[in-house]
Design a binder for this molecule. Sequence first.
Ligand code: ADP
Ligand code: MG
Length: 343
Amino acid sequence: MRENTFGFVGRDMAVDLGTANTLVYVRGRGIVLNEPSVVAININDNRPLAVGIEAKMMIGRTPSNIQAIRPLKDGVIADFEICEMMLRYFIRKVHSRRFAKPRMVICVPSGITGVEKRAVQEAAEYAGARKAYIIEEPMAAAIGAGLPINEPTGNMVVDIGGGTTEVAVISLGGIVVSQSIRVGGDELDEAIIEFAKREFSLALGDRTAEEIKIAIGSACQLEEEIGAEIRGRDLVTGLPKTVFASSKDIRRAIEAPVSLIVEAVKMTLDKTPPELSADLMTRGIYLTGGGALLHGLAQRLMNETGMPIVVATDPLNCVALGSGMCLEEFDLLRDVLSFSSSR
Ligand code: ADP
Ligand code: MG
């Protein structure tokens, strides 16, 4: 194939279509766009009113005729039309039509079906891509974390996103064992909402719950336990109310989903061939995705697996950087891309 020999050119781009955030990497420039995967639509005529950061601001604050939608909730494409609309919007935002049609590498959650993958490729082509390639998320995450995926050695990556956690062991450019669970940052937020309701009769919005998680959420005991004021609406009186919660309370609140993530890692380790396990013992397990930033998660995984745990540099950017690296070094990495393009 001629294009393989010449590699990617010009304004080719890589898209990390995440359940929480979408990032776009442009060849030779790096990450140029990073916005929440949210679309606000007018439900009367289905017109999009805002996309990305602007739309996320509207979550929980919309009048009845506006709906803020996350098209990729739970690691699957919940609303394909909206997803396509969003993808097109982001691509157009960074792609100037003056340039030739770009080639595109798109990373999608591995839980989506073959039909959906194909549909994402078509959406990308419809949005102006000459050709779209799909890369599996753990592979992109591992490349972005700087792991030597092409070597005959075991590399383990745990990518904790908004809707999913993907665990994979990679060697010689291929995924040897993997597991994807539909538990990610969103489930931690939901657990905090449940907790506030149960303990304080307090209704919390999704965004508030996420803020609390980021501020004082943790996966194991902290050296110094902290606390925060939580604002919401009293379920009894209907009035605004502020309560105080400690990091210990929040840790207890999110324990169930956190332990599911830990279990997924242990289960994957259990299925890993012994030679590769030995490699992991020296190299360590790499954490990527926003969930890797949860306080104490690395420590917790270390306690429970006995393995060294490394939080990747820039965990939120790993997948986009890894997908981008496939553009920059196409010849080297083309085997990890899937060529089921429609053209
Ligand atoms: P996706 O790939 O699914 O779009 P990301 O890798 O962008 O997901 O991660 C988003 C998730 O990470 C969200 O659930 C967000 O709340 C969570 N997150 C981001 N920063 C932190 C942090 N500092 N501590 C805990 N969770 C975080
Ligand atoms: Mg991701």
